[in-house]
Structure formats: structure tokens, C-alpha cells
Design a protein around this ligand. Structure first.
Ligand code: SF4
Length: 316
């Protein structure tokens, strides 16, 4: 029986088709970010643990990759902080041992002060660390970290990691209005970013319902101002999220991914909307096309409607 460690593949502008691995129990995290889209942290911890049977995760990975066909990345992420799982290194090596998958990880950076975590992440192809604030006070407000975490130690860990890492680092900064968007915040961030020297920097703001209603988004104009200010100091900045116009190629990817997903297991429309961060209109448009082409069908199960695939069309 599948335990739900593996999800997707999900199309991403940056990672192509990415198969996700979630190895952390729901909302077990070292932070309790005010903007978290998953919800409030229920287990705030910095203790690394073996949360699940590692063989079970490997087995589910093998079962899934057999079915999904070509994927570009295997990405460790999920509803908590993946570096809290102390089997992470073993799992990264396991995925890399197939020699055909690139590995990425999305992390909140909190454990970069630990040598073991830096060594484990060194095996990845792409590391996507977040760094929202470098000033202690703003860090505490936006990330509400575990009490034993220090932002200085985290930034030092990121600098140390980056100095010897051979893959790419895509640093992410999420801005919340009046929390981490002051000039002092931006200056401190730019200074740290220049020392970390990531491959690229991606900035965004609150795009989905946050864990705390106090997390307000910045306007497009405010984001553009920050972009302009930071670009002058750091360069290589991209704005991510709803500011980027969705493009057709991206939606073609969604269509392809939906077909793959429903060929693996029936999905509700809500699930598809959530997975692909798309609205009703977009999902309906894609599904209607798939219905017409007989690549998708609706099936009732105990009063709920599910979209199921036609496995023979798995390789579109
Ligand atoms: S680090 Fe990620 S999972 Fe943890 S609270 Fe922040 S946004 Fe949520």
C-alpha cells in the first residue's frame, strides 16, 4: 500500500517535470512562518529524526518511477522541513544511484549550520534554500523559528555550503508587507546574498492563504521597487509567483502532468487545482480537452467525482 511519500510529477517552470518526495510528518518544521501555505507548525523542532521506514520510502519511489515515465527532477520537499529527516542523505544517494535523476531539495536553510546537513545536501544537483530575513528581529517575526536557532549561524552555514558546492543554489526570499521589506532588511539581505553568492535569487510575496492573517502581500509595484533596489546590489534576481505571466508552454506541461497523474491514480478536480495552483477555468479547460480526446474520464466513487485516466494515452 502506498503511504503517500511520493507526489506528482508536478510541472515547474524551474525544474521541468518534478517528482516530489515528502519525508516529513505534516507540519514538523524548525520554523513557523507567518506566510506558510501549509498551516501553522504543530511540531516545532530542530531534532533530526528517522520519521519513517526508509525501505518503505524507497519501495514507493521505485513503484512510482516505473509508472511515470520521464521526469527531470526528483525533489525533496513537502509539508515540513526535509532536512529534519536524518535519513535524507541515504535517500539522496539512493535516488542518485540510478544515474538518471537530478535531485533538488527545497529547504528553509535552518540546519545549514550543521556539518552533516551540509554534507548530505552537497550530493544534490540543485538546492533551493529560503532566506527571508537576515536581521534577527525580522527573522523572528517572519519565520518564528525554534528558539535555539540563530540567523547568523544559518547565514554562515549557507556561505560555507556554497563555497564548496558544485551544483546550483537558487535562493528564495519571500516578502511580507511591513515585516521584512524595510530598507535595512533589504540591505542586510543583499549583503548576505553577496557572500552566499547563489546561482540565482528568486523573490516573491504571499501568493496563497497564509497560516497567519497578519501576513500581507506586497503590491506588484512594491515588488518591482524591491526588485529594482536589490538588482542594483545583487544582480541575477527573478520575481516568481503571480507576477510572471503564465505562458502556454507551462500549461502544456500541466496538461501532460495531469495525464500522468490520473494514469497513476484517480484524482478529484480539487486535488488537481491544488497541485497545479490553477483556477477552475484553467483546470476545466484542460479537462474538457482531455475528455474530448478520451484521455480522461469521470468516475463516481461513494458520491465523489474522480478524474481517471486512460492508461493507453500515458505517453503523450
Ligand atoms: S519553513 Fe516552510 S513548511 Fe516550515 S513553516 Fe516555513 S513555509 Fe511552512
Amino acid at each position: 500500500m502506498s503511504m503517500g511519500f511520493i507526489f506528482g510529477p508536478v510541472p515547474s517552470r524551474r525544474l521541468g517535470l518534478s517528482l516530489g518526495i515528502n519525508i516529513i510528518p505534516f507540519k514538523t518544521c524548525s520554523f513557523n512562518c507567518i506566510y506558510c501555505e501549509v498551516g501553522k507548525t504543530t511540531n516545532l523542532t530542530i531534532e533530526r529524526k528517522s520519521f519513517f521506514d526508509v525501505e518503505e520510502i524507497k519501495r514507493e519511489f521505485l513503484e512510482t518511477v516505473e509508472k511515470v515515465g520521464k521526469i527531470d527532477f526528483v525533489t525533496f520537499s513537502g509539508s515540513g522541513e526535509p532536512t529534519l529527516n536524518k535519513d535524507l542523505g541515504e535517500l539522496i544517494r539512493f535516488v542518485k544511484s540510478f544515474k538518471k535523476y537530478k535531485v533538488a531539495i527545497l529547504t528553509n536553510s535552518s540546519l545549514f549550520f550543521r556539518k552533516d546537513v551540509r554534507e548530505e545536501l552537497a550530493e544534490c544537483d540543485v538546492v533551493v534554500p529560503s532566506l527571508d530575513a537576515v536581521l534577527e528581529e525580522s527573522f523572528k517575526k517572519i519565520n518564528m523559528p525554534h528558539k535555539n536557532l540563530s540567523i547568523d549561524a544559518i547565514v554562515d552555514g549557507l556561505i560555507e555550503f556554497s563555497s564548496s558546492f558544485s551544483g546550483e543554489i537558487w535562493l528564495e526570499v519571500l516578502f511580507v508587507k511591513d515585516i521584512n521589506d524595510s530598507k535595512d532588511d533589504l540591505d542586510a539581505l543583499c549583503n548576505a546574498i553577496n557572500q552566499i553568492n547563489p546561482t540565482r535569487v528568486q523573490i516573491g510575496t504571499v501568493d496563497r492563504p497564509p497560516a497567519y492573517t497578519s501576513a500581507k502581500k506586497l503590491s506588484p509595484k512594491e515588488m518591482m521597487d524591491i526588485y529594482t533596489y536589490m538588482s542594483a546590489k545583487v544582480g541575477k534576481i527573478d520575481i516568481i509567483g503571480s507576477f510572471n505571466k503564465e505562458n502556454d508552454a507551462f500549461y502544456e506541461d500541466i496538461e501532460r502532468s495531469i495525464v500522468k497523474m490520473i494514469n497513476i491514480r484517480p484524482c478529484s478536480k480539487e486535488e488537481l487545482k491544488e497541485t497545479f495552483n490553477a483556477d477552475d477555468e484553467k483546470i476545466d479547460g484542460i479537462l474538457n480537452k482531455l475528455f474530448e480526446e478520451s484521455k480522461a474520464f469521470v468516475q463516481d466513487f461513494e458520491g465523489k467525482k474522480f478524474i481517471v485516466g486512460n492508461r493507453s494515452s500515458a505517453n503523450i
